[in-house]
Design a protein around this ligand. Structure first.
Ligand code: FAD
Length: 313
């Protein structure tokens, strides 16, 4: 049983059902067949709608108490149906450190690169760093603002070299983005991995199923309690539960199931089953700074709600 049909859940559902396992995939969100999901430039129109979990951070001490909006996809495909589609792998040194310093055997860069290549179908880059026949379509953008050359030239003038492939030998430099798109449309984890797997017999997807908790009996996960259309249901597990509800959702479901910092769980009326102080801690999110300029050229990405007036492509 898999909780969450996002980037991780869709891929796992595909690979596990292909291996012959019977898989039940529970997802809180509903259909992704929406223009603001399909049309790349329209993705911000999903924010703070029913497609979004609508999270706000607690007041951040390092930001003078400001609370930040934290978008997260609540839809089939999860955040891969809402994200900015920029195809960027982690840095080689991070994977290598996981293995050499943190004991994650099998997670070095050299070990994960074949997996990236296996999933990828890159339309432009054909070399030792890219896959050509996987399920995940990766393409360069089909439309570029005229300003891009000046941005890259400015970076080069500032001493930052142009890097034609930041998913290749080195990530450093100024680059144009590669995107998880196909023929100008978003290509989410649901497009790549879920829909093909649903054609098989072994996978069942239950949308609009909000998981409340995992039932643990004698140290084993035996069932999942979820809510659908106002009714509470229990699904029994034959083998195992995979929690892929995202970096906010997974610790929340763990804590609701009694796995987390014991004192905190007692404070909120949950019986602790496993005292795991790290659950819900140490989130590292990536910081982004947006810079916006007024443009004399009306053809920009700020016109997604009116695609007819945007350049074709
Ligand atoms: C606005 C935005 C822009 C981004 N841009 C990029 C980008 O350009 N490039 C990039 O590489 N990354 C980007 N990311 C990050 C990337 O999308 C995520 O890292 C990735 O999708 C996370 O995958 P996941 O499987 O861990 O979680 P998710 O894809 O979020 O999946 C979790 C799933 O679990 C479901 N779920 C959660 N709780 C429950 C519950 N209790 N019951 C049932 N279901 C539940 C959710 O609805 C969701 O479908 C962006 C993210 C956002 C939100």
């Amino acid at each position: 049983m898999i909780v969450g049909a996002g980037s991780a859940g869709c891929l796992l559902a595909n690979r596990l059902s292909a291996s012959g396992a019977r898989v039940l995939l529970l997802e809180a969100g509903g259909s992704d067949r929406r223009p603001e999901v399909r049309a790349p430039a329209a993705f911000p129109n999903q924010f703070q709608t029913g497609l979004d979990w609508n999270y706000m951070s607690e007041p951040e001490p390092a930001l003078f108490g400001r609370r930040l909006f934290l978008p997260r996809g609540k839809v089939i495909g999860g955040s891969s149906s809402m994200n900015a589609m920029l195809y960027a792998r982690g840095n080689r040194s991070d994977y290598d450190r996981w293995e050499s310093e943190l004991g994650a055997t099998g997670w070095s860069y050299d070990a994960v690169l074949p997996q990236f290549k296996r999933h990828e179908r890159n339309a432009e880059h054909r070399d030792a760093y890219h896959g050509l026949s996987g399920e995940l379509h990766v393409t360069e953008r089909r439309w570029l603002s005229r300003a891009w050359e000046r941005f890259v030239a400015a970076a080069e003038t500032a001493g930052i070299p142009c890097n034609p492939d930041y998913n290749g030998a080195s990530q450093d430099g100024a680059s144009l983005f590669q995107t998880t798109t196909r023929a100008g449309r978003r290509w989410s984890a649901a497009d790549a991995f879920l829909r093909p797997a649903l054609k098989g017999e072994n996978l069942e997807l239950v949308p609009k199923a909000l998981v409340h908790r995992i039932v643990i009996e004698r140290g084993r996960a035996t069932a999942v309690v979820y809510e659908r259309r106002g009714k509470r249901k229990t699904a029994r597990v034959q083998r195992e539960v995979i929690l892929s509800a995202g970096s906010y959702g997974s610790p929340q479901v763990l804590m609701l199931s009694g796995i987390g910092p014991a004192d905190h769980l007692r404070e909120v009326g949950i019986d602790p089953l496993v005292d795991a102080p790290a659950v819900g801690q140490n989130l590292h999110d990536h910081v982004a700074a947006f810079c916006t300029w007024r443009s004399r050229d009306p053809r920009t990405l700020t016109t997604p709600p009116a695609p007819a007036t945007s350049p074709s492509g």
